[in-house]
Structures are given as C-alpha cells and as structure tokens.
Design a protein around this ligand. Structure first.
Ligand code: HEC
Length: 126
C-alpha cells in the first residue's frame, strides 16, 4: 500500500528533523572553544608560552580562581564585551553559544590548583 509507505517515510523524516533541531539548541561548547579561543587560551586553557610571557594578565582558564564568584552569565557578558586584547564577541557568538563555551571552559579546571603552572603564584601562606 503506497500511501502507508509514504506516511511512514514522512513521519520518519519529521522525527529525524526534530532530533536535528534539538541538537542545534545546545551549541557544542568544546567545538566553539576550539574554533574561537584555542589560539590564545590553548587547548587545555593554558595559553601558548609566547603569548603568556607577553600578556601578563592572561590567566590560564584551567585556574579555578578565574571562575571564583563568576556566573555563567558573567562569563557570557565578558565575552560579549571583550577585555584587554580579547576582542568583543558580541555579534560573532550568540548568547547561547557564549553560555555553552562558559560551561565548557569550567570543565578545563584542574582539581588540584597546585598543578596550574601559569602564571606562577606564591603558595598560600608564603
Ligand atoms: C586574541 C587572543 C584571544 C582570544 C581569541 C580569546 N581570548 Fe580570552 N583573553 C585574552 C586575553 C589577552 C585576556 C586577558 C585580558 C585582560 O585581562 O587584559 C583574556 C581573558 C579571558 C578571560 C578572563 C580571564 C580573567 O582574566 O579572569 C576569559 C574567561 C576568556 N578570556 C575566555 C575566552 C574565550 C571563551 C574565548 C573564545 C570565545 C577567548 N577568550 C578568546 C585573549 C584572547
């Protein structure tokens, strides 16, 4: 029965289409980070040496201190506005993309803050 086959094919098409839409609603923070941020902030959040040695306030993004008291929204706003040598991402990234990146960079944080090497910081209490 041709009619039924067509109906099944149509429903399948709609189902797949809907899945695609759902996937788009959650931007891939990792992919976006790699496309937009890695060249300055590095794959693991540690900036390339050439840059780190020249830009003193370029903190490694795997340092928990970067996120202390900073909400996902604040990170998105920071990206919107840019800071220092970092250009504003307003109009380049959507709010949802900025939030996805904000979420992703928090996963770069090392559990042991002592393993964060850049920039050198005095040990607590010293
Ligand atoms: C052109 C190089 C460059 C690119 C590309 C870049 N950044 Fe930055 N970023 C910097 C510099 C330099 C700073 C420090 C600015 C300052 O404090 O003067 C910074 C600061 C930051 C900070 C704040 C850290 C702090 O000091 O508290 C965050 C978070 C951040 N960047 C995330 C990102 C993300 C996410 C992306 C990609 C969407 C990105 N950056 C792309 C250079 C860059």
């Amino acid at each position: 029965m041709r009619f039924t086959k067509t109906t099944v094919a149509l429903s399948l098409g709609f189902a797949l289409g809907a899945t695609g839409l759902l996937a788009q609603e959650q931007p891939d923070g990792k992919a976006l980070y790699e496309a937009n941020c890695v060249r300055c902030h590095g794959q693991d959040g540690v900036p390339p040496e050439v840059l780190a040695s020249r830009v003193k306030n370029l903190l490694p993004l795997n340092d928990p201190a970067v996120y202390e008291g900073v909400s996902l929204d604040s990170t998105a706003v920071l990206l919107d506005n840019g800071i220092g040598l970092m250009k504003p991402y307003k109009g380049v990234l959507t709010k949802d993309e900025e939030l996805a990146i904000a979420r992703y960079i928090r996963t770069l944080v090392k559990k042991d803050p002592g393993s964060v090497t850049l920039p050198p910081k005095p040990a607590p209490g010293s």
